[in-house]
Write a protein that binds this ligand. Sequence first.
Ligand SMILES: Cc1cc2nc3c(=O)[nH]c(=O)nc-3n(C[C@H](O)[C@H](O)[C@H](O)COP(=O)(O)OP(=O)(O)OC[C@H]3O[C@@H](n4cnc5c(N)ncnc54)[C@H](O)[C@@H]3O)c2cc1C
Length: 366
Amino acid sequence: MITIVGGGIFGLSIGWYLARAGRSVTLLERGKVGQGTTQASAGMVMPWKISASFNADLFELQRASCDRWSDFAAELNAKSDKPFEFRAIGRYFLMLDKKALKRVGKQYEFHRQIGFSLDWLSGDELREREPHASPEIQAAVFSPLSCQVDNQGLIEALRQAFLGAGGILREETSVLELLTNGNQVQGVRLEGETVPTKTVILTTGVWLDQLAGVPSMLHNIIQPIKGQILTLQMSETEPLIKRQMIGPIYLVPRHNGRLIVGTTIEEAGFNIQPTAGGMYHILRKAQLILPSIIDLPILEIRVGLRPTGPNRLPVMGKTDVDGLFFASGGHSHGVLLSPIVAEAMTELVMTGTPPPIISPFAIKEK
Ligand SMILES: Cc1cc2nc3c(=O)[nH]c(=O)nc-3n(C[C@H](O)[C@H](O)[C@H](O)COP(=O)(O)OP(=O)(O)OC[C@H]3O[C@@H](n4cnc5c(N)ncnc54)[C@H](O)[C@@H]3O)c2cc1C
């Protein structure tokens, strides 16, 4: 039996793939699935090299995952009684000043050279397509490649797919301790109960260090980076914007007129309080892109802690304890990465060999 600890996007996707492959899988989640960081995601799915120093292996991982997203979503939606929104919506990369013109200009060249389809638009051309965009926007690059997924619907569809494939889900079940004999996994300890198991996959997000019994090679490798995000309501029939926009902040329109606006990037430990400063930061910058945004009603504020590995890279693979596997460090792209992480971790657990695409993210010996 395989035991997965943590029911976020990583744990659910890996669990579904393993159960689908005929393995007996139990997923233990201390609250409700998706309630950790995954609930806060803006659901943007697109590979993008954000700077010259951006890690090439991560970019390849993002591209491989993006290529799989359409099939991943279609298969999930076919299994779910509540299909979720997944669509290629396209994204504008906005330039409001000289610095942004230089940075996005370089990104434009790089992505065109590797075959991405991109349009360079003047500010006026952008406003012909998106009339509410600020007159201060000097230029924009449009990519049709960017997709978006409704992360709340995705969680429910994954839950159903996992159960439908024969997975066992235990919510409201905290794992208190990983049990090993030093070399081999023996089980996990819950409140008043021990679950014997020879294979454990830890997908505990930022809460890894709170779990007792974890080997030292996993200590302190995942840090929380707080992100606050806001949902506003636009008109469903005449939304203020039709496509994603990313500039000093991002705006993500959903099919039902909802507008996701984010985000902050904060080192605030495990604090998940939304703050006035966070909202001020988001809305002040959002107004630079879309001046009339301040008239929209606020629907909700969400906060998530991005699981962040060393150099902001994912961390996944085998550990030095037999039967113990680990996958985390999705940082700002955990939703994008979930199909490839599920596929690669399933192959690793079933064959014992990591596929080359995840080898660069192997856990380092200390
Ligand atoms: C504001 C914001 C916007 C984002 N936008 C995007 C985006 O547009 N696109 C994108 O790709 N990514 C985005 N991300 C990143 C993405 O949301 C994360 O990388 C991803 O959700 C992390 O998933 P996870 O499964 O690793 O962790 P989590 O979702 O945190 O799951 C971990 C789970 O483990 C459980 N758990 C922990 N310890 C235990 C235990 N001892 N016993 C039982 N259960 C336990 C927790 O309760 C939790 O449910 C965003 C993040 C934030 C904060």
